[in-house]
Write a protein that binds this ligand. Structure first.
Ligand code: IPE
Ligand code: IPE
Ligand code: MG
Length: 224
């Protein structure tokens, strides 16, 4: 049975779900938040220590302002309403990606990170304005200023994910099989699960099924 420490998720399909069920992409994002709460709760039950959620990519800036503003407002409201609960449940929140949102949201994110920094049950990495290529370029620029040879360890130390173990598995919902600039370095040896269901439809049973499949995989890491 494979141990499982870190699950990464590309939460895709909110827009399509919203259009189909509520005639509004934005209401799909709102519905997707319930699945976020589900996966946090279930990951704690399964004793997973790191959960990384792709919430907004560096490419998502291309979307219309009305959708971006809705998403950022949703996040603001969530943080204001749920910070106490995150703390009660001993959840640590970390943002991966550059915080270049409104002053209010930037402050709120920093505040949530500092208020939860000593929590130990699970670490939620929220990938926000995250792009793997931007992250690698950021790491390389930092390394350029240091002496000596570049090594894998040094690259790891300069990524946003420093101190976070590589994901054991990646789940992408929404019936799309691509990585969309997510954790390209860190996913080098992760098991990848592409799920047909749209994110708001993804439930605890679907999650458990994937985890059980993962546990039975023979992970070779190049060996036999
Ligand atoms: C993913 O759902 C969530 C974000 C990118 C914020 P989408 O909004 O991409 O949903 P689809 O893929 O258009 O259905
Ligand atoms: C990936 O989904 C980003 C997030 C889930 C935040 P997208 O829906 O943006 O991916 P593409 O553009 O279809 O590849
Ligand atoms: Mg999408």
């Amino acid at each position: 049975m494979n141990p499982i420490k870190h699950v990464a998720v590309i939460m895709d399909g909110n827009g399509r779900w919203g259009l189909k069920n509520k005639k509004s992409r934005n209401l799909g994002h709102k519905a997707g938040l319930k699945t976020v709460e589900m996966i946090i709760k279930e990951s704690i039950k399964k004793k997973i220590k790191f959960l990384t959620l792709y919430a907004f990519s560096t490419e998502n800036w291309k979307r219309p302002s009305s959708e971006k503003n809705f998403l950022f407002n949703l996040l603001e409201t969530y943080l204001i309403e749920k910070l106490d609960e995150l703390n009660r449940n001993n959840i640590k929140l970390k943002v991966i990606g550059r915080k270049i949102f409104s002053q209010k949201l930037n402050k709120l994110l920093n505040y949530a990170e500092s208020k939860t920094k000593n929590n130990k049950t699970i670490q939620i990495n929220l990938a926000l304005n995250y792009g793997s290529k931007a992250e690698i370029v950021y790491a390389l620029n930092r390394l350029k200023k240091t002496k000596g040879k570049i090594t894998e360890i040094k690259v790891n130390q300069n990524l946003y994910t420093y101190k976070i173990p590589d994901p054991d598995m990646l789940i992408r919902t929404g019936n799309t099989s691509r990585l969309s600039n997510f954790l390209l370095w860190q996913l080098a040896y992760s098991e990848i699960f592409f799920e047909k269901k749209l994110w708001p439809d993804f439930n605890s049973n679907d999650y458990s099924k994937i985890i059980n499949k993962f546990k039975k995989i023979k992970r070779n890491f190049g060996n036999i």
